[in-house]
Write a protein that binds this ligand. Sequence first.
Ligand code: FES
Length: 163
Amino acid sequence: MLNPNLLPIFTCTYTLPLGNYLNQRRIMERKEFLKKSLAVCGLSLIPAGIIESCSKQSYGGPTNVNFTVDLSNSANAALAVAGGSLLTNGVIIIHTGGTVYHAFSATCTHAGCTVGYSRGSIICPCHGGTFNPTTGAVTGGPPPSGLTSYAVSQSGSVLTIKS
Ligand code: FES
């Protein structure tokens, strides 16, 4: 039979280890919580510019451009008439009139969509950005900068487009 006077001692002996275990566990949980919180806080202390520079992309268009377009080829017939345009090699070539041609990167500087030419303007279908068809400068919408332009020279029926 258990002595009732010893019961408090017996109870303490067996509840203390359990209490210690629970306390230890709570301390460990707090430590884990603090570790994870510090990790998250540490990330938030990284300068915003670094994170931003990682997420920003460059939409400058093709580099080292050097190709020819034969105007006598039926595949390039769109350039035969003034107001026509052709998209090739990541470049949009625009025939603005006479023997005047302009070439720009076809990649919109805002978010990289492919631009088109319509009614005297270079237009981006994604967010409505517009560009000047003779300079490539931004004329409207969100693009942060103009389109990269390329030199166009003509020899007979052949256009050469170069960076
Ligand atoms: S991607 Fe061209 S306006 Fe946004």
